[in-house]
Write a protein that binds this ligand. Structure first.
Ligand code: WT7
Length: 635
């Protein structure tokens, strides 16, 4: 039996049982066999969910980039590490070998050092999906700087909030980015954001679109000349297993984004282990995850997990609809992709288009298909299975979170029989529990509850940067001695899990995790707005779309409502980004509130989804009359 590579269902059960009975033995074996450590750990695990404090492989020394790069140079130095597919299909793809990537990372790391970046400093990376993004991430890790990648679709305000929260010393960006037929002025957004920041000393600028941009002297530097002059070797900084690797922001139930902190050793072990098993990765595979490295999916399953396994990982700069809706499938054919990992929202969007876009291409290289980010509906699952996988490729519906660092619940393909809309079984080391509203664990099968995890796994986030109290309150306070995920789930008659969706104030739109509070905060900044409430409602492609209920300040005054709607959406775009725009905005005289002043979102959700036949218990409402008024004018 091999802990590291599960090949059939019986083996999965054996490995799983061992991982639960002897978690430390299990993870120690995985860690020992497959990674380069400069020094072994003194203790595999120390944990206390009440504090909460979690430490894996304490005392061990390593550098994650030695495991992602140096380790491979002898045996696969000339193998492609990163396969870059540009936005424009006429531009040539780039095959960056492990040798080349190693050199590029070392040069970049030396540039960071020359600009004063040291171990523990925070570096914000705001780049499109070009090779420099992966290289800069690894360069930070090489010298022990903490990277914080901000998705390059976020606005200047969202960027500056994150820079300020982690007190970044440097920003890495580009002159601009390509997105389908459009270009985006990234550097302009950075300049605007930096007006509100005082900690940033240097900005490194990669050239991508050759636009004419302002370079602030003393602060801004073109990256390429610095790289050209940098030494090609950079000794890795030797890190402790629990030293921070990166901060990645995710939205929460207050306006401030949460900087989830991931550390080095456990994160490496878990992402590498899950990549190997969930994608059944083999040496000559060409693996493609369509996510952006700005999200956790890209961190764990474009960069670290695949590279730790010596894989070829594809980075795609473009969008699924450019130059037409066949782009994904054209790329699958062109590079003979073996594993393809995407989001349900992309599948739904492509399923709407003519099947000729799929049938034109030879997809026979595919072996495993994956989805992530939100529940996948049955129809999309079958479309994916029939038309992309030709009914031969198992679909891994992978459930996890920014906070979990890696995939927690997923089929192991060719072992776990799949079931549409089910993430199926916990991976080795993961101990899920379903909880009822009174805080009791619901045992047995065919039950539904709130999804918690009872035992730590190596890649769980260790804290929220600068706010450990919030970390404790958000994840460890709802249920005693358990990590609370914020999701609801059901367990079917054989023990398979199906994620039913968020049970808190987070809404997943097109696979993006959006907190209602930051959106409401942006709307409330409009001078005409008194109060607002956001809920999600079902949407064909996006999964959920946003519905806003807005109370205006001066009642009675006639205004141009459509103009007001545009202004509100512009505010949201400025504060967060276009992904958080509202599909519907209803102006209302009031919001349904409980006597304690809490908005009853349950009712607003029902109205938004046009399901008002049974509103449930409304006896605690302070102002029941307002509900009728809202229903009357619902959009
Ligand atoms: C939330 C986490 C993990 C990478 C992308 C999202 C939802 C994620 C699934 C799935 C149903 C899913 C959950 C989770 N989610 N994967 N396979 N089935 N729901 O990371 O932005 O931190 O969002 O995404 O609601 O809590 P994230």
């Amino acid at each position: 039996m091999s802990n590291y590579h599960i090949k059939h269902l019986e083996e999965y059960f054996q490995v799983y049982r061992k991982s639960v009975r002897y978690p430390e033995v299990f993870w120690e074996e995985v860690a020992e066999e497959h990674f380069l450590w400069r020094k072994k750990w003194d203790k595999v695990l120390e944990w206390d969910f009440t504090k909460p404090e979690i430490k894996w492989f304490q005392g061990a020394k390593l550098n994650i980039t030695e495991n992602c790069l140096d380790k491979h140079l002898y045996i696969r130095g000339d193998k492609t590490a990163i396969l870059f597919e540009p936005n424009n299909p006429d531009e040539e793809a780039q095959h960056i070998t492990y040798n080349q990537l190693h050199e590029r990372v070392c040069r970049f790391a030396n540039v960071l050092k020359s600009k004063g970046i040291q171990k523990g400093d925070r570096v914000v990376i705001y780049l499109p999906m070009i090779p420099e993004l992966a290289v800069s991430v690894l360069a930070c890790a090489r010298i022990g700087a903490i990277h914080s990648v901000v998705f390059a679709g976020f606005s200047s305000t969202a960027l500056s909030t994150r820079i300020n929260d982690c007190q970044a010393k440097m920003v890495i960006t580009s002159d601009g980015s390509y997105r389908g037929s459009k270009t985006i002025d990234l550097k302009g957004i950075v300049d605007e954001g930096l007006e509100d920041c005082t900690t940033v000393e240097n900005v490194l600028v990669a050239k991508r679109i050759n636009s004419d941009i302002d370079m602030k002297s003393g602060r801004d530097h073109w990256l390429q000349p610095l790289l050209d002059n940098a030494p090609t070797e950079c000794a890795p900084e030797i890190m402790d297993a629990e030293d921070p690797l990166f901060i990645l922001y995710t939205s929460g139930s207050t306006g401030r984004p949460k900087g989830m902190l991931h550390t080095t050793g456990g994160y490496m072990v878990y992402t590498a282990y899950t990549f190997k098993n969930v994608f059944q990765y083999k040496e000559n595979d060409i693996y493609w995850c369509t996510a952006d490295i700005g999200w956790i999916t890209g961190h764990s399953y474009i960069v670290y997990g695949p590279l730790a396994n010596g894989a070829t990982t594809v980075m795609f700069e473009g969008v699924p609809s450019y130059p037409d809706y066949g782009r994904f499938w054209e790329i699958v054919q062109k590079h003979k992709i073996t594993q393809f990992y995407t989001a349900p929202t992309a599948i739904r969007a492509l399923a709407k288009e003519n099947l000729d876009y799929v049938n034109k291409y030879d997809l026979s290289s595919l072996r495993v298909l994956g989805t992530v980010g939100e529940p996948i509906n049955e129809e999309a699952w079958h479309w994916y299975n029939d038309n992309i996988g030709d009914k031969k490729c198992p679909i891994v519906d992978t459930w996890w979170q920014t906070e979990t660092g890696g995939i927690l619940i997923s089929p192991v393909p060719f072992s776990t029989p799949t079931k549409p809309t089910y993430a199926t079984l916990p991976l080795p080391g993961i101990q899920p529990a379903l909880m009822d509203e009174n805080g009791n664990e619901i045992k047995g099968n065919s039950v539904e509850g709130r999804l918690c995890i009872k035992f730590p796994w190596p890649s769980i986030a260790r804290t929220i940067w600068g706010d450990h109290e919030r970390y404790k309150n958000t994840y460890f306070s709802a249920f005693d001695n358990k990590y609370f995920t914020g999701d609801g789930a059901l367990r079917d008659e054989v023990g398979y899990y199906r994620i039913t969706g968020r049970v808190d104030d987070v809404i997943i739109v097109s696979g993006h995790n959006l907190g209602t509070a930051p959106i409401e905060d942006s709307i409330n900044e409009h001078p005409a707005v008194a109060e607002s409430a956001i809920v999600g409602f079902p949407h064909d492609i996006k999964g959920n779309a946003l519905y806003g209920y807005v109370i205006l300040k001066e009642t009675g005054e006639v205004r141009d409502r459509d103009n007001l709607r545009r202004e509100i959406n512009q505010l949201i775009t400025d504060h967060i980004g276009p992904i958080a725009k509202l599909d519907k905005i209803q102006f209302v005289p009031g919001l349904p509130k409980t006597r304690s002043g809490k908005i009853m979102r349950r009712i607003l959700r029902k109205i938004a989804s046009k399901d008002t036949s049974n509103l449930g218990d409304t006896s605690t409402l302070l102002n029941p009359e307002v509900v009728e008024l809202i229903i009357k004018d619902a959009l």
